[in-house]
Design a protein around this ligand. Structure first.
Ligand code: 13P
Length: 247
């Protein structure tokens, strides 16, 4: 495959200090030996260690959420400036688990995307339908709503600074992957929403996420509209993550 891919691991609430240490040593070797962009999004508490360990590596790193305010009385939250203290690059925004368990709304997603762009952080904006919407055939409306809402008030020149991730909820952590045709079709559609809004010339980076693993990575990642993967479970074992990256 000659296109450059983005292969980003999302640790979610997994790993610990003992497992992260050897993992990062392996990640540095893997990331420095590929032309693909490789990164991980870790729990906040590991950020100081991750930033120090990866500072001379090509591996990108980031976190899984951020508040949209600069500072204030928001117990338990983390601001963009705090992330920048550790030279963070990536921030997952609007993951379906945050939408589902923490009531993250389309409006909050939009505010977070704007804050990332203002601060020079790269948002990884997640969108994707639940099983009901897939089965009812209304998933394209959902995709349109989530993508359009995330981009409300965002200028054309910022699109290149955003990474999008189509993550159908029914495929996350279930072992049930979207077929490569389903993923291609949804991502092509999401890209066309962006072109309709900003003009045909606009290029957007869009990843697929949802039970991506070594056995299905090649087929999904060779699809023309898919620019990489956002990988949950399979990024936790370096052997699996490396095999996705190497192929
Ligand atoms: P899984 O790869 O475990 O299905 O998770 C995908 C995901 O949610 C990445 O953000």
């Amino acid at each position: 495959m000659d296109k450059k891919l983005y292969l980003i691991g999302n640790f979610k609430m997994n790993m610990n200090m003992a497992s992260i240490k050897p993992y990062l040593e392996d990640l540095k070797k893997v990331a420095d030996n590929t032309n693909n962009a490789v990164g991980i999004c870790v729990p906040y508490v590991y950020l100081p260690y991750v930033s120090e360990t990866l500072k001379d590596s090509k591996a990108l790193y980031g976190v899984q959420n951020m508040h949209f305010k600069d500072s204030g009385a928001y117990t338990g939250e983390v601001s963009a400036d705090m992330l920048l203290d550790f030279a963070t690059k990536l921030v997952v925004i609007g993951h379906s688990e945050r939408r589902e368990y923490y009531n993250e709304t389309d409006e909050a997603v939009n505010l977070k995307v704007k804050k990332c762009l203002e601060k020079g952080l790269t948002p990884i904006v997640c969108f994707g339908e639940k099983l009901e919407e897939r089965e009812a055939g209304t998933y394209k409306e959902l995709i349109e709503r989530q993508v359009s809402a995330a981009l409300e008030g965002i200028e054309e020149e910022s699109i290149k600074d955003i990474i999008f991730a189509y993550e159908p909820v029914w495929a996350i952590g279930t072992g049930k992957t979207a077929t490569s045709d389903e993923a291609e079709d949804a991502i092509y559609y999401a890209k066309s929403i962006i072109s309709a809004k900003y003009g045909k010339q606009i290029k957007s980076i869009m990843l697929y996420g949802g039970s991506l693993k070594p056995s299905n990575a090649n087929e999904l990642l060779s699809k023309p509209s898919i620019d990489g993967g956002l990988i949950g479970g399979a990024c936790l074992k370096m052997e699996d993550f490396e095999s996705i990256i190497a192929n």
